[in-house]
Design a protein. Structure first.
Length: 288
């Protein structure tokens, strides 16, 4: 497993395991246990996923030392604000059964995330979080936060896949030393991603699957990935991407697939903002 160095010197695995939409706690604990047995050490959860307790239980029962893991969680919109984020962080630690977190993120660019960031900076300086970052922040919000915060974000989790490649935004993240990480790197298979003829052709040339091509493409451009599956064979498939490289021709062909618009989340679209503020009561995946 390759790692990438965050701007504070912390090494983060380039590939991890996500648990979004795995709300059944027994299924989640089993899936995380399988992922750990397969070789994953970065585990990504969030308070809004409502499965932190299962993630923590699987890690504690694994027999693998806590320090070998890189565990991420996130504070949602209802947890924004200095005091609320301090309380949310403690709930997350209690749910996981840990005394520190490797990475804590502002989940969405809404609410009092400036107050939340001040709380996270304090928790980071106290050593209770090893790294802090954001999720779903577009370039203007990233630049504004970098100008006003004491500590720049170390990670920005974004929708990043062949149909939404965001090269200009990635350049800005590189300018500020912020590592991009792709959530839902398959975009839930939307727009026929797994049957796309360009991706299938590249996969055939390399003797790999389309999913492996998509994941490899992201890591080759410096993007971390957190694919999700509750099936162990898919976990193994998603992890088997470190023994080949895409060619310049492959990269050029994938570039032609960019639709230059989000497929899952658009934080600037009014219907999406309404959806996100009501997500905990009505977990609709997208209004796009």
């Amino acid at each position: 497993m390759q790692t990438i160095k965050l701007h504070n010197g912390i090494e983060m695995p380039m590939e991890g395991f996500g648990v979004f939409q795995v709300s059944d706690l027994s299924v989640c604990e089993r899936a995380v246990s399988d992922a750990i047995a397969t070789g994953y050490r970065l585990i990504d959860t969030a308070s809004s996923y409502k499965n932190e307790t299962a993630v923590g239980a699987a890690i504690r029962k694994s027999g693998v030392p806590r320090e070998d893991f890189f565990v991420t969680s996130k504070a949602f919109i209802n947890e924004m604000g200095y005091e609320r984020t301090k309380a949310a962080f403690q709930r997350t630690l209690d749910n996981l059964g840990f005394d520190y977190l490797d990475l804590y993120l502002v989940h969405m660019p809404f609410g009092d995330y400036y107050g939340a960031w001040r709380a996270m900076e304090e928790l980071y300086k106290e050593g209770r979080i090893r790294a802090i970052g954001v999720s779903n922040f577009q370039s203007d919000r990233i630049i504004d936060l970098c100008y006003t915060a004491d500590i720049k974000p170390m990670v920005n989790q974004l929708e990043l896949h062949p149909f939404y490649q965001r090269e200009e935004e990635l350049d800005i993240l590189r300018e500020y030393g912020i590592v991009p990480q792709a959530w839902a790197p398959f975009a839930e298979g939307m727009n026929g991603m797994f049957t796309n003829p360009v991706l299938k052709g590249i996969a055939k040339r390399h003797g790999k699957t389309v999913a492996q091509i998509i994941l490899r493409w992201n890591v080759q451009r410096g993007v971390g990935i957190i694919p999700k599956s509750v099936h162990r064979n898919r976990m193994e498939e998603n992890l088997d991407i470190w023994d080949f490289e895409l060619s310049a021709e492959d990269i050029e062909q994938i570039a032609s697939l960019d639709l230059a618009r989000p497929q899952m989340l658009d934080p600037r679209k009014p219907s999406e903002v309404h959806r996100l503020f009501n997500y905990l009561e009505n977990p609709v995946l997208t209004s796009l």
